[in-house]
Design a protein around this ligand. Structure first.
Ligand SMILES: C[S@@+](CC[C@H](N)C(=O)[O-])C[C@H]1O[C@@H](n2cnc3c(N)ncnc32)[C@H](O)[C@@H]1O
Length: 276
């Protein structure tokens, strides 16, 4: 474990950093190439009324940067050095957002900040938390960083928790390059999902780069998520089956949970349409 002391707006926080590849080190540079931006509005609606919001597993700042452009103040937790590097490169183009975004090199279960937030969100991150014990630690840690009526929202790709042969899922043309992304999943008997991603880059129809990235996710059921939220002091406010906020139904590929610290006054929901 590498301990790093970080100075954050005149406060010091101690964070732990492990330089291991959890599935993003080789492929971080391709992450935004395939961005469809389809969930940004949802997180903007969630965070809009928060003075400060936590983006946990913030990646390349794909969501944090558009939120900061709307005036929000975001604290980003991101353990992957490669993802943070992509994030920082983008931030260099937006010096005006420097006081809106803080990037903390840390893990969801052990980050420790001397301040509280009105909201926390995890986009594409919860699937990487592999055991119920770890999920409990993550939610407990987030709970401790939320204000009294603080809310949390996160997505789980429930429909992707199965084996699938490697296949081409995206093709994107950018400048004189074409980027292909392949994905395959192998589900083990204990619910572990070994994910293999292959990126191929073509220039003038010639293959110039191939990158293979492995990552791991773990199956979690909706019932387990309910139990862990309950045990860690949250109450569920709503569950969606899409980022357009349709109520969740069991055929949905994605489960998006919105929860709040239990026993406190309910913050307003639904968010007024069209204010994003
Ligand atoms: C699918 S990416 C999503 C990135 C970003 N939230 C977005 O929506 O564009 C998942 C991110 O979660 C991060 N992550 C994985 N395990 C994590 C953990 N234990 N704590 C915090 N972040 C984690 C990864 O490094 C990666 O950046």
């Amino acid at each position: 474990m590498i301990l790093v002391k970080l100075r954050l707006k005149r406060k010091s926080v101690l964070i732990d950093l492990k330089n291991e590849d959890k599935g993003y080190e080789k492929a971080a540079k391709f992450y935004d190439v395939f961005d469809t931006k389809k969930n940004i509005d949802y997180f903007l609606k969630f965070a809009r009324d928060c003075k400060r919001v936590l983006d946990i597993g913030a990646g390349t700042g794909r969501i944090a940067i558009p939120l900061a452009k709307k005036g929000l103040t975001i604290c980003c937790i991101e353990p992957s050095a490669a993802m943070r590097e992509e994030f920082q490169k983008k931030m260099n183009n937006y010096p005006e957002l420097e006081n809106k975004i803080t990037i903390i090199p840390a893990d969801a279960k052990s980050f420790s900040l001397n301040e509280k937030f009105e909201g926390a969100f995890l986009s594409g991150t919860f699937d990487h938390i592999l055991t119920n014990k770890e999920r409990k630690s993550v939610l407990t840690n987030i709970y401790q960083h939320l204000t009294k009526n603080g809310q949390i929202t996160f997505d789980i790709f429930i429909g992707e928790m199965k084996s699938s042969p490697i296949s081409l899922i995206d093709k994107i043309k950018k400048d004189n390059r074409e980027y292909h992304r392949f994905i395959g999943r192998e589900k083990l008997s204990d619910g572990t999902i070994n994910v293999k991603l292959i990126y191929k880059v073509y220039e003038n129809e010639e293959l110039i780069e191939t990158v293979i990235q492995h990552s791991i996710a773990k199956e979690v059921t909706r019932e387990e998520v309910h139990q862990i939220l309950h045990k860690t002091g949250f109450q569920i406010i709503q569950e969606f089956g899409s980022f357009t906020m349709n109520p969740y139904s069991p055929e949905d590929e994605i489960l998006i949970v919105l929860a709040q610290k239990r026993g406190n006054e309910r913050k307003k929901y639904p968010w007024k349409k069209g204010q994003a």
